[in-house]
Design a protein around this ligand. Structure first.
Ligand SMILES: NC(=O)c1ccc[n+]([C@@H]2O[C@H](COP(=O)([O-])OP(=O)(O)OC[C@H]3O[C@@H](n4cnc5c(N)ncnc54)[C@H](O)[C@@H]3O)[C@@H](O)[C@H]2O)c1
Length: 279
């Protein structure tokens, strides 16, 4: 066997026959994650509260990659719904290798959501606080808990929890101000939930010591969607690389975290933010 045959680092990225559950799989980044993991050979389960959208995404994944994909209308904040997701996945594929805890209520500031986030901290509605933490924190707890049994039994598994730069540093609310308009705010719930994700990752990684289960956080910076010029410019100034991220720049980091290429990482946080948090 030649040296070149023995050392094949790209083989680490082969996820053939693995089964990956992606919560929030019908969203902006969830769709990208489905594409990259299926391109690497994994069966993908697109779990999203928007069941019809999830079914469309699963069909697209299947069409593009040829790998079998399925969808599930899941509410990650509901223990019953999450249990049903995991049971249905096991019934269909017989295993779960990867959980991407990605679903979140993530208030957007692109053109489609202009003017939606005018609630300041002083008047932030209690119901909204509860709803956001139910989805963004409790949802991750429930999904991790539901895969723990099958992963412990298999003596292997990978969980990736998705945080945000706003889990590491406070939002710069100046990004959302527009002259002559009511102020908009990135809500308190987002920062609190995304910081909690880091704690959940560290807890699970240490709890699962010796079990073959690795748990890491992926921390993306802002991803280009339908933002206005002013937002894009202000955002760019906050980063060292002077721009927002493209979705593939986040999904390629996810591929690293769910593959054997990251086999010496657990309890850690991979920050892909163009340098926002490095100043
Ligand atoms: N887009 C960004 O710039 C960015 C930056 C940093 C972190 N993130 C994080 O990445 C993840 C994905 O973000 P995105 O931009 O794709 O958001 P998105 O809003 O496009 O997608 C989120 C998905 O989660 C689903 N969802 C919401 N509530 C749910 C529930 N109760 N149960 C199941 N699914 C539910 C939504 O239907 C949606 O499809 C989030 O955790 C977000 O906080 C995003």
């Amino acid at each position: 066997m030649s040296a070149a045959e023995m050392y094949r680092p790209m083989k680490n990225y082969d996820l053939s026959d693995q089964v990956a559950v992606i919560t929030g799989g019908a969203g902006l980044l969830g769709r990208e994650y489905g594409d990259v993991l299926s391109a690497a050979g994994a069966h993908v389960v697109v779990a999203d509260i928007l069941g019809t959208k999830a079914a469309d995404v699963a069909a697209q994944v299947n069409k593009k990659s040829g790998v079998e994909a399925m969808s599930h209308a899941t509410d990650v904040a509901s223990p019953e719904s999450v249990k049903d997701l995991i049971n249905t996945t096991i019934d269909k594929f017989g295993r779960i290798d990867i959980l991407v805890n990605n679903a979140a209520l993530d208030p957007k500031f692109d053109a489609a959501h202009h003017g939606e986030h005018t609630s300041n901290f002083e008047n932030f509605p209690f119901a909204k606080w509860q709803e956001s933490l139910d989805v963004n924190v409790t949802g991750m707890f429930l999904c991790a808990q539901a895969v723990a049994g099958p992963m412990l039994e298999a003596k292997s598994g990978i969980i990736v929890n998705i945080s945000s730069t706003y889990g590491l540093v406070g939002p710069d609310q100046r990004l959302y101000e527009r002259e002559g308009e009511a102020n908009q705010y990135k809500p308190v719930t987002y920062s609190v939930a995304k910081a909690a994700v880091l704690g959940l990752t560290r807890y699970l990684a240490t709890y699962f010591r010796g079990s073959g289960i690795r748990v890491n956080t992926l921390t993306p910076g802002g991803v280009v969607a339908d933002h206005d010029e002013e937002f894009m410019e202000r955002y760019a100034e906050k980063t060292i690389l002077n721009r927002m991220a493209n979705p593939e720049e986040i999904s390629s980091a996810l591929l690293f975290l769910v593959s054997p290429a990251s086999s010496y990482m657990t309890g850690s946080n991979l920050i892909v933010d163009g340098g926002w948090t490095a100043w």
